[in-house]
Design a protein around this ligand. Structure first.
Ligand code: ZN
Ligand code: ZN
Ligand code: ZN
Length: 480
């Protein structure tokens, strides 16, 4: 073992603190050593073969690992991670997102086979950004499972994730930005397309509004929905067939409570012999109504939506295995198969490369030099997609493209790229272009509000003279 500086009692190289990285070399393998409260730059971890995290709490260790595994640059999300702690971690989630625990730094060499195996697997595949955020997330999840030989990937019950279930890598990567429930459409799509094989291992009910898994259940009055209820057994006296609430039978004599029938005045001694309790009755303490069947309601602890339990959504909880198609996709560097799925085809819109070519062609054409190019972007596309669901995204774009097309002339073109809608208004004056842009935004807002019941979402517009429109490389490559 070689280190640049003496080791602390914890085993970390001296000088390691919340923003510096210690290093040591074991059997030719370079380890970055950091505390789990590390706040320094992630780029400082790029050049190491593996990362040792000094554990101070489960929460900090989990957060730091999620941060590292959310970093696609330099494939940092695949870096082998060993947690240094005196005691076994005894935290399923933490254990599922790291590659092992070491008690003393001197034992790091025990992990060399694991680390080498991960690096060997990383060399077998080609990591690259995919055409959309969802596809990149799936691709990286497949890569993570592949390099860790996770087969199958099992869900873990988790009190910290809004869904109540946790999948290694992907839950951590999605929780902060999209909410952990948004992994479902991605995983469902991956199963449909044959990248993952799923096996149902459990089921749960989730909030119908936000798909959160933490719900507060209670019985309420069917009239006023109050939870302030009183419940009483109904008593049936065999001898005279009288049926009434238990309290009607209760009588006090000499300081003792006994049961006497209010109708025939005989004493009720033995349940099953003298009487039985065929049902119970509920009384609302708020509105005084009585009823035999109460309502069950479940309030979501995430979005506070209060719903009757029949409206909850049943979710199957599955474990996943990578298919051969997934392995082939990882080796080729992109998701294989239906290419249309990679750049979802929106009816009426040109594929992006064709749009770019057409625009460049028109720019070189003297006759169409006048005119404008308009770019529309939803300010908060993440919350919009969260509300309508990933699968409805293409449908939404298709409708937006129809609105756009209605304002255009026959020779105009339009495309959808990186969540932006871009369209031409050739041979159009500035005033006209501005009013078309305003009207289009108005119509899209109308579509969102009235047809899709989506809460307000700002639409950002950009109007550029057609001849000045250049294809900003940032706009082309940025993925969200
Ligand atoms: Zn909810
Ligand atoms: Zn009776
Ligand atoms: Zn009531």
């Amino acid at each position: 073992m070689h280190t640049g500086s003496p080791l602390l009692n914890s085993g970390l190289p001296m000088g390691t603190n919340h923003h510096t990285v210690g290093h040591l070399t074991v059997d030719g393998c370079g380890f970055a050593c950091i505390y789990d409260f590390y706040t320094g730059s992630l780029s400082a971890l790029y050049d190491f073969d593996a990362i040792v995290i000094e554990h101070t709490s489960h929460k900090s260790s989990r957060q730091l690992i999620h941060r590292i595994q959310s970093c696609a640059d330099n494939n940092l999300f695949l870096a082998p991670i060993i947690v240094r702690s005196d005691y076994p971690l005894k935290d399923e989630i933490l254990e599922s997102i790291c590659d092992g625990r070491v008690g003393s730094v001197a034992r790091l060499s025990d992990f060399m086979p694991t680390i080498k195996a991960i690096h060997q697997k990383i060399r077998e595949i080609k990591i690259s950004r995919q055409s959309s955020f969802e596809h990149s997330t799936l691709f990286d999840f497949l890569a993570y499972c592949y390099t860790r030989s996770l087969d199958p990937v099992d869900p873990l019950l988790d009190g910290n994730s809004s869904l109540a279930y946790f999948y290694p890598y992907i839950s951590g990567a999605m929780e902060k930005t999209h909410g952990s429930h948004s992994i479902f459409p991605i995983l469902e799509w991956a199963v449909q397309e044959g990248y993952l094989h799923a096996q149902v291992i459990n089921a749960t009910y989730v909030c119908s509004q936000c798909h959160g898994g933490f719900l507060s259940y209670r019985e309420v009055c069917p009239s006023c929905h109050s939870a302030h209820l009183r419940t009483e057994d109904i008593v049936h006296h065999f001898r005279c067939a009288h049926v009434a609430p238990l309290s009607d039978f209760k009588t006090m004599q000499d300081g003792e409570v006994y049961l006497e029938c209010p109708k025939c005045h005989h004493e009720l001694k033995h349940i099953g012999v003298d009487y039985d309790k065929p049902s119970s009755m509920h009384y609302c303490q708020s509105c005084n109504s009585d009823f035999q069947n109460y309502l069950m309601k479940a309030q979501c602890t995430s979005c506070h939506h209060d719903q009757e339990v029949e409206y909850l959504i049943k979710k199957e909880i599955q474990s996943f295995s990578l298919t051969d198609k997934a392995a082939a996709s990882l080796r080729s560097g992109h998701l294989l198969g239906d290419e249309n799925q990679l750049t979802p085809e929106v009816e009426g819109a040109l594929p992006w490369d064709l749009f770019v070519q057409s625009l460049q062609f028109e720019q070189s054409n003297r006759n169409t030099r006048e005119g404008y190019v308009i770019t529309l972007a939803f300010e908060d596309i993440k919350s919009l997609v969260r509300q309508i669901g990933v699968h409805n995204k293409v449908k939404l774009y298709t409708e937006v493209i129809q609105i756009v097309q209605a304002s255009q002339q026959a020779t105009d073109i339009r495309s959808v790229h990186n969540h932006k809608i871009i369209f031409s208004l050739f041979k159009t004056s500035k005033e006209e272009a501005e009013s078309i842009s305003q009207r289009t935004v108005f119509l899209i807002n109308h579509l969102l509000k009235d047809n899709l019941k989506v809460s307000r979402n700002m639409i950002l517009t950009e109007i550029l003279p057609f001849k000045e429109f250049t294809l900003d490389p940032h706009m082309i490559h940025q993925s969200e």
